[in-house]
Structure formats: C-alpha cells, structure tokens
Design a protein around this ligand. Structure first.
Ligand code: 4AD
Ligand code: MG
Length: 428
C-alpha cells in the first residue's frame, strides 16, 4: 500500500510497511516512532490488545527493524502530524542489529560517514522532503509562466564561469569538462523556444570548505529571449516568492520538525530591495569593514552584513566588469559595470542566485572571448547566436542546495542533498 498522506486515513484500519525509528515502553504500553517512507508516525502498542507474548516481542525489537503493522489511525493533537497508529497486529520483515545511529548525539564526521543511513533520521528526512517540494514548485512555477524545461549537456567543451574551477575528463581523444553551468546552451535554447529553464547537476572544483560550497550541486537555470535585466529581476522575485509560499503551505509539518523560524521566512516575501555594488561597498565601509575595496568580491561576512541590513532577500546589482564573467552585458548608462545581480538570502545564507543580461552584440562578445583568453573555437556556436536574429536576453541560476539551506533554516549545505560531494568527501 502506498500511503502518502496518512491523515486521509483517519478512522480507518490500515497495514503499513515501516521501520522502527525510536521506541520507549513500560510494562503495559509501548510507543514507537515509525518511519513509513513518506514520513513519521507515532504508533502505540497495548499489552491488552496484543497479548503478553506478541507485546513483549514487539517492544524488544531493535531500532531500524522493518515490519508491517496493522492498526487504526487515530487523532492525537500532541503529535506534529496530528495522528497516531494503534497497533493491532504486526509482521516482522527483517530484524536490524546494532544500528549505528542511535537517538543520542553523534559527531558530524561520523554522521557524514554514515550518510547512507543518516538520511533516515527525522531532521534529514524533513530537509530532503522540503528539497523535493522546492523542485516540484520550480517545475510548477515555470510551467505556469510558459517556460519549457530543456536539458543542457553535462560533458562540455566550454567553461562559462571561468577556467580555474573545472573538472577535466578525457572525451576519447579530446579534453572535456564537467558542466559548471548550462547557461550557454540555455541561451541557444531560448533563441529557439523563447523561455526555457534547466535543472541539473553542476560541478565546481572549488577548494572551498565552507557551509555554502558543494563540489557537485544542482542548479535551476532559466533563460529568456526578449527580456532585459529588469524584467529578469521581476521573474526571480516572483519565483523565490512562489517557493517560499509553497513550502510554507505544503511542508508545514517538516518546517515545524526543523524548528524553522516561520516569521522571518514569511517576512522574506514581497518585493526584494536592490542595492548597487558600489553602494554595498560604501555601506560596508561605513560600518567598519576595512578589508574590502571597490573591485573585490564579497566574502561571507560581507554578504551576511548586507543581508542583515534588510529582512528580505536583497539584489546586489551593477557589478564591475572585471570581476564578472565574459558574457555579461555592460550597462550602456553606466560604463564599467554590468547588468547583473546576485540575490543574497536573509539570515546569513549567502548568494542563492546569480544572473545577468547577456551580451547580444557579436563583435563585443568576440572581443570579450579574446580578452578572457578563451578557446575561440569552442565558442563559435555560442557566437553564432549573435549572428542569426540576436535579441536582448537574460537569465539566472538558482543554487538549489543553498536555497534549501535557507528555507529550511539549516546552516550547512551538506545536509540539503542526499549524498553531498565535498572537498574531502566522495563516499558514501
Ligand atoms: O553565480 P553562479 O556561478 O552563476 C552561474 O553559474 C550562471 N551561469 C547562472 C546563470 O546565469 N544561468 O552560480 C549560480 C548559483 C549561485 O548563486 C549559488 O546559489 C549556486 O549557484 N552555487 C553553488 N552552490 C553550492 N555550492 C557551490 N560551490 C556553488 N557555486 C554556485
Ligand atoms: Mg555568483
């Protein structure tokens, strides 16, 4: 039986495949936390219902034993789920011996080594369920807005975000890279389909060991033809608002399990403030940061300070040409800066979106490819997009794991993906 919403079964007798996540018992009554796949439910076993022998057998089963339980779904207001299961019968499927993750506290390295089973725990289960909702809401949002979902390649010959953080691999006789971003391909797709988005894994050989960096992360990359920078910001704002609203609505139980501060999440909705890069630098300087100059990229403390000056996600716009990738369009009204924005999440979760208006002029793009010393041959197809009906276009990339970290209120991206790839971790 596939029961995705047990609440709909209220008052009914059901049989459930489940694992014992936790238990406590006395002589006459036993309480279990059962994980039934889609979620957790409290189950109660009474000696008077099961009889002495079965009751004792059940209450001594070890953690993570799998079983099928039959019983009645009843209301229980003290449970976050609002329901519980009264066990009438059970069948043991497999007894688990010496499950390493006990209900006591464990160190994070130990948990990371045991990620293949750590994902069973209540907190991890809640975070990954929210991740699923964000993915689902992403598809819903872009479908509603008339976007087509298309998939860029993972093995590529181009490097949109700079050549220092690439994973190289042999492609028969050629050199290939694992994709850092599907953007360039999505630009081609936008010229064919108008509004498109991709969702896929991206790889960055970044030697960063922070709570915001993964080596392999998933990115949502929308790209829009006939769309300028300002119009792109509007879509980004609507999209992030949609994610918050949907998660608050559909993952209420998970957010409660995680103890998420719902008020600040709720307050994050609405119009997002915008600040120009140069004004952000000034704001930092005025507040005692003497480790940053115009032309520097922001570090975590800078981003956090800027974010804390607002209670909403904030767009930092108009960055200097020199610290942004080759494809960004210079602002015709403000030479030296590009039409781009990073969206910084509130509460110190850092940059969740990077986006820009793209160069639509052939000669300007060629000039930049040369200036950045990129392999011209690998970008010929990309240049050609500016030859055949070039139009104003913009797009952005939202990092899924950082967004999940922020929305769930979880400090570290390693818990927002089932199997994180980190600087020193490839297993499990
Ligand atoms: O700002 P980035 O590098 O932008 C791009 O890749 C553009 N080509 C996107 C586009 O315009 N289509 O990355 C986009 C987002 C960041 O804002 C961040 O959320 C996430 O991807 N990100 C990472 N997430 C986890 N670990 C990392 N190492 C990340 N690097 C970037
Ligand atoms: Mg960025």
């Amino acid at each position: 039986m596939n029961i995705n919403n047990l609440k709909e079964q209220l008052g009914k007798k059901i049989t459930l495949g489940a694992w014992i996540a936790n238990k406590r018992s006395s002589g006459k009554i036993a309480f279990f936390q059962l994980r039934y796949g889609a979620g957790f439910i409290q189950a109660i076993a009474l000696k008077e219902n099961l009889g002495e022998e079965k009751y004792q057998e059940l209450r001594h089963l070890p953690q993570e034993t799998s079983l099928k339980v039959t019983g009645l779904i009843k209301e229980n207001d003290r449970e976050i789920s609002g329901i519980e299961l009264e066990i009438e019968d059970f069948e043991i499927i497999s007894i688990a011996h010496d499950y390493p993750i006990t209900p006591k506290e464990h160190g994070v390295e130990f948990l990371a080594d045991n990620r293949h089973i750590w994902i069973r725990s209540k907190k991890q289960h809640a975070i990954l369920t929210v991740r699923n909702q964000i993915i689902k809401s992403t598809y819903d949002f872009f479908e509603k807005e008339g976007f087509l979902k298309l998939d860029p390649p993972i093995l590529t010959s181009s490097a949109p975000e700079g050549t220092t953080e690439l994973f190289n691999t042999k492609y028969f006789e050629e050199e290939a890279y694992l994709s850092q971003s599907g953007q360039l391909y999505m630009e081609a797709c936008a010229m064919a389909f108008g509004k498109v988005f991709s969702f896929g894994p991206t790889f960055r050989a970044e030697k960063s060991k922070t709570r915001r960096h993964l080596i392999e992360f998933w990115m949502i990359e929308p790209e829009m033809a006939f769309c300028n920078h300002d119009e792109s910001l509007k879509i980004q704002e609507a999209y992030v608002n949609y994610l918050i609203t949907n998660v608050m609505e559909k993952c209420e139980e998970q957010l409660r399990v995680l103890g998420r501060d719902l008020e600040s999440l709720n307050n994050a909705r609405g119009e997002f403030p915008r600040i120009k890069y140069k004004d952000a630098i000034q704001l930092l300087k005025d507040n005692g940061f003497d480790d940053i100059e115009y032309g520097d990229d922001f570090g975590s403390p800078h981003e956090t300070f800027i974010a804390n000056s607002y209670n909403k996600p904030v767009f930092i716009t108009h960055w200097p040409v020199d610290i942004k990738p080759f494809y960004m369009k210079e602002d015709p009204n403000e030479p030296g800066v590009v039409l781009c924005a990073d969206l910084i999440a509130p509460e110190g979760y850092g940059e969740i979106i990077g986006g820009s208006q793209r160069i639509d002029d052939y000669d300007k793009l060629l000039e930049n490819i040369k200036k950045h010393e990129l392999n011209e041959e690998a970008y010929n197809w990309y240049l050609e997009l500016r030859k055949y009906g070039s139009v104003e276009h913009s797009g952005f990339g939202l990092g899924l794991e950082r967004t999940v970290a922020w929305i769930t209120g979880n400090g570290h991206v390693r818990e927002t993906i089932p199997f994180p790839r980190l600087l020193n971790r490839l297993t499990p």
